[in-house]
Design a protein around this ligand. Sequence first.
Ligand SMILES: *[C@@H]1O[C@H](CO)[C@@H](O)[C@H](O)[C@H]1NC(C)=O
Ligand SMILES: *[C@@H]1O[C@H](CO)[C@@H](O)[C@H](O)[C@H]1NC(C)=O
Ligand SMILES: *[C@@H]1O[C@H](CO)[C@@H](O)[C@H](O)[C@H]1NC(C)=O
Ligand SMILES: *[C@@H]1O[C@H](CO)[C@@H](O)[C@H](O)[C@H]1NC(C)=O
Ligand SMILES: *[C@@H]1O[C@H](CO)[C@@H](O)[C@H](O)[C@H]1NC(C)=O
Length: 228
Amino acid sequence: MESPCVLLCKGLLLTASLLICWSSPTTALSAKDMWFSAAEGAKVLLYIPTEAKDILSFSWYKGKDEHKNFTIAHYEKSTDLLTFGNKFSGKEEIYKDGSMMLQNISQEDTGIYTLEIFGTDNLHEITYVHLQVYKIVSKPYILLNHTRLNGRSATIFTCVSPDTGISMTWLFNYKPINVTKRITLSPGNQTLIVSPVWRVDSGIYLCEVSNSFSSKKSRPLALVMAYG
Ligand SMILES: *[C@@H]1O[C@H](CO)[C@@H](O)[C@H](O)[C@H]1NC(C)=O
Ligand SMILES: *[C@@H]1O[C@H](CO)[C@@H](O)[C@H](O)[C@H]1NC(C)=O
Ligand SMILES: *[C@@H]1O[C@H](CO)[C@@H](O)[C@H](O)[C@H]1NC(C)=O
Ligand SMILES: *[C@@H]1O[C@H](CO)[C@@H](O)[C@H](O)[C@H]1NC(C)=O
Ligand SMILES: *[C@@H]1O[C@H](CO)[C@@H](O)[C@H](O)[C@H]1NC(C)=O
């Protein structure tokens, strides 16, 4: 059933060429990409503007594939029937304007969703919806180790976080700590080593973890050096 034009476009795998290829006057298929991002645990409404004066039917698919096997849901205007496919997970809510709400999203929801709309005037639209789910970092905590390194007193602070893909920084008395000969950071900043430890090192220590979307500080940890 596929025209040579369609095959050529699939070979090129370019949305731009899909647009050019299908813009012949007899057909009205158009493809576009849209991007959404939201935080883990939130709900996100995937609202896709359509050119259709009236929607005749639409389908949502999981992934970048308009195949029946990947159907989340299909809506048929003439019968007003919404049917769910095998990619329906239970967290989707489908609205008659073609939009889809995802509840309580998680990392696994990151990816591409495809919306295919058939409308009046022979309209056939495909939208690839790219959803990025951001992780909110959890609160880190500090482990403290008083020890000796190369015969000198040493205090090792370790910032503990279950999260990955984060950056870590340290605060001393609520200001960014300055690295010196005595105060050093491990690569990645997970540990802060003070050696030898002096009385001036008494104060409040905190570590802060962040990703591009969120950041959290540990509880303050007070270090008291009675002598040194
Ligand atoms: C669709 O599912 C059927 C039955 O599970 C399978 O035989 C077929 O290969 C699948 N097609 C695709 C494109 O995944
Ligand atoms: C949200 O999803 C997570 C897993 O992704 C689950 O542990 C949690 O119970 C869900 N919360 C609600 C309110 O459904
Ligand atoms: C404290 O640090 C020293 C030196 O790195 C290490 O040998 C020791 O096992 C650490 N102790 C604890 C309780 O983590
Ligand atoms: C380590 O900390 C320094 C400042 O203290 C910061 O500039 C740098 O980005 C941090 N590196 C990482 C990997 O978090
Ligand atoms: C680090 O150095 C800057 C500039 O000298 C200073 O303003 C800041 O207070 C220092 N931070 C700490 C924690 O001492």
